[in-house]
Design a protein around this ligand. Sequence first.
Ligand code: ATP
Ligand code: MG
Length: 434
Amino acid sequence: MPGGQYQVATTRPCHSLYSLTDSSDGGPEDEDSESSLPLSALQKLTRDMCKDEKTIKELIIGRRVGFYKVRGEIGFGTFSRVKLAFHALTKDKVALKILDRMRLDTQAQRLLSREISSMESLQHPNIIRLYEVVETPSRLYLVLEYAGGGDLHNRICNEGKLSDNTCKITFAQILCAIKYMHNTNIIHRDLKAENVLFTTSGSVKVADLGFSTRVSNRSNALDTFCGSPPYAAPELFKDECYLGPPVDVWAMGVLLFFMVTGTMPFRAETMGKLRRCIIDGTYTIPPWVPGPCQRLIKGILKPVPAERYAVDQMLGCDWLLPVEFPWPWVPAEPMSPLQSLLDSESRNEDEEEEEEVRGLLEELGFTAEHLHNNPLKDSRSPVTGVYRVLLHQAQKRRGLDCPPVVRGMVRDPKREGLRAYRGLRHTSKLCVLS
Ligand code: ATP
Ligand code: MG
């Protein structure tokens, strides 16, 4: 039966949240019968989920999942279907990644739990967020941040190669996301244009952490072939262990080539020929690709992993010099006393944000008791789901999801000063991000 931890018995409420409405039997529509107080949004919703026939039917047929109203399909993958949904309380759009438990063998279950645990530990403006996980006996639903601007693969297939500036802005955001993941010791292992999504405001969101893995440190060797062959690094085709970060770096090189030229660097009719082509590192960059971009591609697509650019070298490359983020994208170095001072300012901002979100939760009807009983860390709790949606909303209002811009190559010393200042000012945010 749909619903999972929200599972609604047609006769009796069964989730602790629903007990809020137990006493409203026979009272006026939107009032608590004992206190005659108007019901909160949360009380109305939980009451409907227990007693309203239409809502219960929607839960049974999958038109609702927990606190989410489900709409049309927006994508599908190897193991999943992805649908658009709305949070019934906050009205925010989310993407619902739906997995059929029957189709998940042991290997797929392991990958899924890695996907969930990686997403739980990542919070970055360029990585799709996980808000909640809803479980039912037959299905698992990942409630994700919605990216409504389509994916990079479709964009290039429909519109052709990207302009130089769009490439810079897009690639810088992917790089920023991967830098952050590697700093957190998480390797993506399935970077490809289909897994790079856009929001409607043009921000980039790296998605699909289904092949991601956590390493205890970045020099840990891995041995499972993951990802899509055209994006696979040469070492993946050899029966050897490999290091995680250079594999993501190679895939970013293929992505960059695809973005600037609209074609893939390694193409072949058979898997054997593709393998050969990648191992040999044979590709041709069209001469019209700007020099600094060519140098970056060549630095990345080096067959020997140890010779390949590291993420930090990519961050410092000439081609990306004119990209400016509204927040600093290079993670912080150890703090100076001045930075520590500014850090406390940023900590205050975080506390204010937290206060704001708790206020919004209370307005919706979450009581101090709900919040006290919920550490807001368990992805399987509906309270965490609402909290994360509202927190993300608050962060977006502060401009955290704004895409970077490309400034002219002539550097303005005044802006440089401002950039340096901003870098310091947001250092604590970077500590959270990095
Ligand atoms: P595969 O392993 O085959 O790549 P998957 O089963 O892991 O796929 P995803 O890649 O996560 O599934 O999602 C499949 C498709 O659904 C994506 O290519 C994208 O078009 C769409 N999609 C996924 N997540 C979102 C999202 N958060 N917002 C908007 N669309 C999404
Ligand atoms: Mg995918």
